[in-house]
Design a protein around this ligand. Structure first.
Ligand code: TEU
Length: 641
């Protein structure tokens, strides 16, 4: 590991940019401001001193910004090394993952809520698609203030979803098909209905009081200015205990105190317990938020306004984050006893961190093979165009995705590996973001699939992507179910409630149930679904897509089969062609003399294909013309010489 020198006011912008976190922060600032990252390549800018920038920018940033920056940078003394050589094969680098949102996947008992038996009943669909590993959003006991992301017992199943026996059956059924299965570990916070929290409330000065972040005070003075992700402050006043309780999300999601070794031990024990049941790993919810800066200082207002949430600089990459992750890997994720790389038996279960706010270099610090922390991260800089947020109503330009993918690959060494995803349960559907015209639904769905499944990295498909799911036509406030949308609606004061403040970005777009067939409740339930369907198109249910040789579903199957057949498409190097050509995205994947070229038109207009001297043979294509690429057209070729 190389050491970064201390950064102070005499350092230059170039020094800051050469620091891993410094680079990520500058890139993030430029992205939020909608500016090009090329700005920092300018030698004059690179030579500017931090103190000069402080003076010049003060009117814009206000007080304290540079101090905030320097504190953050000087917490980090490591730089990720860029290793060379062959990539170590690991099952999770070669796998295609599929995220199930259990509540909305399939309901087997007619209560309108998806359940474990529903998933078991639909494993054929996933096997047919070619999925290697399933990830289930939370299935644990929960009062569901945040749909299971508020867990009241890590060793019990949510009543609506089934029983532990059902989980065992699901694990066995996945493994019998050669698939792995991972769960969602939500341990930045618990539910306020968890026994630990109930105990903490009963006796805040006892051992469980130390499990959470409780502060003395009076009910009218907040301990600090940190904001909650679900509107309002990040604190709740507990009248019974006369304490403030930190909760970055909903009032019913108190943050755990990871600085307490007993909490870290509990979490490792939960992981080991599930590993013994045969689980293959976890996706770790907001795992980069677990280490909060000592003393919980005030958040900088400028950073807060830029990042939408005040206080984030004090916990998105906290002082003990790396140490806590390495410890959890060692104490929880390493399997004891006899182990071999196989479903249910991997020596180390896979550890995938959800890491909002983390950039490319910090992502590498969290995942580099030789650091033994996380295996993969989900970061989000590619999900919105520069200067935009999820709540903005705009057409996403895929050239940003292309630029991000090229930029990120250019920074990786052989010990780094990345995830590839465009959707999850927290984001609107990508097809709708890019181009909502129904004319392009199929070609665009296929273009997004090709970029994801033939790119270099591990693809995570979110349920419904394979049938070209789109955003929902929500019309009324009562159509929404998500706490984030509901709170946002009621916090937008001034005038009547206006659903436009949540319509573009609501997480509910991705949470309406799977459309299995064209019956009344689309084969999801025989009862009343917990969230309504707001889509009436034909041709885009699983049953219809399966029958159609030109469907998005069929194309997913073909791409996954191709990936399975050719190591070059999984572990191979990537080389981008014509990186600066607008609307045209093309890349080679190469390994051991085998080579593929994929071309994608990122726009709804027809574009001319560049000329390649290599001899190409079509493997898979969505168009016919040899010379031009139609709207969102994909062509996959084998490179013969
Ligand atoms: O999400 C964390 C997160 O920061 C966001 O992506 C989140 O969607 C929020 O909207 C930010 O504005 C994770 C889970 O994926 C999400 O479903 C949970 O609600 C959240 O953590 C709390 O557990």
């Amino acid at each position: 590991m190389t050491q970064s020198g201390a950064i102070d006011r005499a350092s230059t912008i170039g020094d800051v940019y050469d620091h891993p976190l410094g680079r990520d922060i500058i890139d993030k600032l430029l992205l939020q401001l909608g500016r090009s990252q090329r700005w920092v390549d300018n030698p004059i800018v690179r030579r500017l001193r931090v103190r000069t920038v402080e003076r010049l920018g003060h009117g814009f940033t206000g007080d304290g910004f540079i101090d905030t920056l320097l504190t953050l940078l000087n917490d980090v003394s490591d730089s990720p090394t860029r290793t060379t050589g062959p990539v170590t094969p690991r099952w999770w680098k070669e796998a295609v993952f599929y995220q199930v949102y259990p509540r909305s996947f399939a309901d087997s008992d007619g209560d309108g809520i998806g359940d474990l038996r529903g998933i078991i009943n639909h494993l054929d669909h996933l096997e047919d698609l070619g999925i290697d590993c399933l990830w289930l959003s939370p299935i644990f006991a929960s009062p569901n203030e945040d749909n299971g992301y508020d867990i009241s017992d890590y060793r019990a199943v949510m009543t609506e979803m089934g029983t532990l026996d059902d989980v065992d059956e699901l694990i066995a059924a996945c493994h019998a098909r050669g698939m792995r299965i991972i769960l969602d570990l939500v341990v930045n916070h618990t539910s306020d209905q968890h026994e630990w929290f109930k105990e903490a409330r009963r006796d805040p000065d006892g051992p469980f009081g130390e499990y959470y972040i409780l502060r003395d005070g009076d009910s009218t003075t907040l301990p600090n200015n940190w904001a909650s992700y679900f509107s309002g402050p990040a604190w709740t006043w507990l009248e019974d205990t006369k304490r403030w309780c930190m909760r970055l999300f909903a009032p019913g999601q108190p943050d755990l105190n990871w600085d307490n070794p007993a909490v870290r031990r509990e979490v490792a024990d939960v992981v080991s317990w599930w590993l013994e049941r045969g689980i293959d790993g976890f996706r770790l919810d907001v795992i980069n938020f677990i280490s909060k800066r000592e003393g919980l200082p005030e958040g900088n207002e400028f950073v807060g306004s830029l990042m939408e949430f005040t206080g984030v600089e004090h916990y998105f990459h906290g002082p003990h984050l790396h140490a806590y992750l390495a410890e959890l890997r060692r104490d929880g994720f390493q399997r004891k006893g006899e182990v071999k790389e196989a479903p249910g038996h991997d020596p180390t279960a896979v550890m995938i961190g959800e890491t909002p706010g983390i950039g490319i270099e910090t992502g590498r610090l969290l995942t580099a093979e030789n650091r033994h922390e996380l295996d993969l991260v989900f970061s989000f800089d590619h999900l919105e165009n520069p200067g935009k947020t999820r709540w903005d109503d705009y057409a996403y330009d895929l050239n940003h995705l292309k630029a991000y993918m090229i930029q990120r690959q250019s920074r990786l060494g052989s010990g780094d590996w990345v995830s590839l995803f465009w959707e999850n349960h927290d984001n609107p559907r990508m097809i709708s973001k890019v181009n909502a015209d129904p004319l392009y639904r199929t070609p665009l769905g296929k273009a997004l699939a090709a970029i994801q499944l033939l790119g270099r990295g591990t693809p995570f498909i979110y349920q419904g992507q394979e049938i070209a799911a789109i955003n929902q036509d929500f019309q009324n406030v009562s159509d929404f179910r998500d706490i984030e949308s509901i709170n946002r609606l009621s916090h937008h004061h001034g005038g009547p409630v206006n659903i436009d403040v949540v319509r573009p970005g609501s997480r509910d777009h991705a949470r309406t149930p799977m459309r299995w067939d064209d019956s009344q409740c689309h084969g999801f339930t025989t009862g009343e679904p917990w969230i309504g369907f707001h889509e009436h198109s034909t041709g885009y249910t699983v049953a219809e897509q399966q029958k159609d040789p030109d469907s998005v579903f069929t194309f997913y199957k073909q791409l996954i089969a191709l990936r399975r057949e050719h190591p070059a498409l999984r572990l191979g190097d990537v080389r981008f062609a014509y990186p600066r050509r607008r609307d045209y995205f093309a890349w080679f994947r190469e390994l051991d003399g085998e080579s593929f070229l994929t071309e994608v038109n990122l726009s709804a207009r027809s574009i001319r294909r560049p000329h390649y001297t290599a001899v190409l043979r079509d493997v898979l294509t969505t168009g016919r013309d040899e010379v031009r690429l139609g709207p969102y057209e994909v062509r996959v070729h084998r490179v013969l010489s």
